[in-house]
Design a binder for this molecule. Structure first.
Ligand code: P9H
Length: 238
């Protein structure tokens, strides 16, 4: 039997959470190495295990994969969650990339100043309900199928559910004007593998709190509020 994929990251969502979701949706068990100190990160770098001296890194199929999107695409393709032809792949990419634009804003919220937090949460809710959710609502309504692309579960569906739950954590009620997305959320949440992942005790991580932020501050030498100073490393792929 092939070895389980091994995920290298810290004990939080960040950029790795979508990888956890996608593996869970594919029914693949995985192991995690959760970094706690800057030294542990340095050891990986010194060992030549991180192509860009960055995590996420996933050991799978004898490779050390980096770059979140590349990792996700590989997993999606390997486990038949990436459409049946190039056009379906394109559509999945178009949906997922839109979702990631919003996702990345949410992911970076812990780096903002506390006094901006409320305003930032409103911006997220507004972007979600004005720009992104209407696209997926229209797609589901238009073809009347249960999934976004090709009438079967894909990476786009898995990412959409993850995103919906994250936006709801920012502001509840954001789905009120989107009946198809409400239905979608209920249906996808009940798929056995997803349902299992949503249960307590699964590898799913919690939203970042102050303690979580302190932990990553130490690992990556970050400072709150200094987004610009860290932009080279944080905004590298926005
Ligand atoms: N393109 C942590 C929490 C929330 C959001 C981001 C980071 C980028 C990819 C060390 N990795 C702070 O920046 C931590 C990437 C990968 C790549 C890293 C360095 C980040 C974070 C950790 N930074 O998509 O995989 O930026 O290793 O020296 O750059 S994640």
């Amino acid at each position: 039997m092939a070895a389980k994929p091994k995920l290298y990251y810290f004990d939080g969502r960040g950029r790795m959470e979508s990888v956890r979701w996608l593996l869970a949706a594919a029914g693949v068990e995985f192991e995690e190495v959760l970094l706690q100190t800057a030294e542990e990160l340095q050891d990986l770098i010194k060992g030549g295990k991180l192509m860009y001296q960055q995590v996420p890194m996933v050991e799978i199929d004898g490779m050390k994969m980096v770059q979140t999107r590349a990792i996700l695409r590989y997993i999606a393709a390997k486990y038949n969650l990436y459409g049946k032809d190039l056009k379906e792949q394109l559509l999945i990419d178009m949906y997922v990339e839109g979702m990631r634009d919003l996702y990345d804003i949410i992911m970076l919220l812990p780096f903002a100043l506390p006094e901006d937090q409320e305003k930032n949460l409103s911006i997220v809710a507004e972007k979600a309900t004005q720009r992104f959710f209407p696209v997926y609502e229209k797609a589901l309504k238009g073809h009347g199928e249960n999934y976004l692309v090709g009438n079967q579960l894909s990476w786009a569906d898995v990412h959409l559910l993850e995103l919906i739950l994250m936006v709801e954590e920012c502001k509840s009620g954001v789905l009120s004007a989107f009946p198809k997305l409400q239905e979608f959320k209920a249906r996808i949440s009940k798929l056995p593998r997803i349902q299992k992942f949503l249960q307590p005790g699964s590898p799913r991580k919690l939203p970042m709190d102050a303690a979580g932020f302190e932990a990553i501050e130490k690992i990556f030498n970050l400072e709150k509020g200094l987004l610009v100073k860290h932009s080279g490393l944080i905004l590298a792929d926005l």
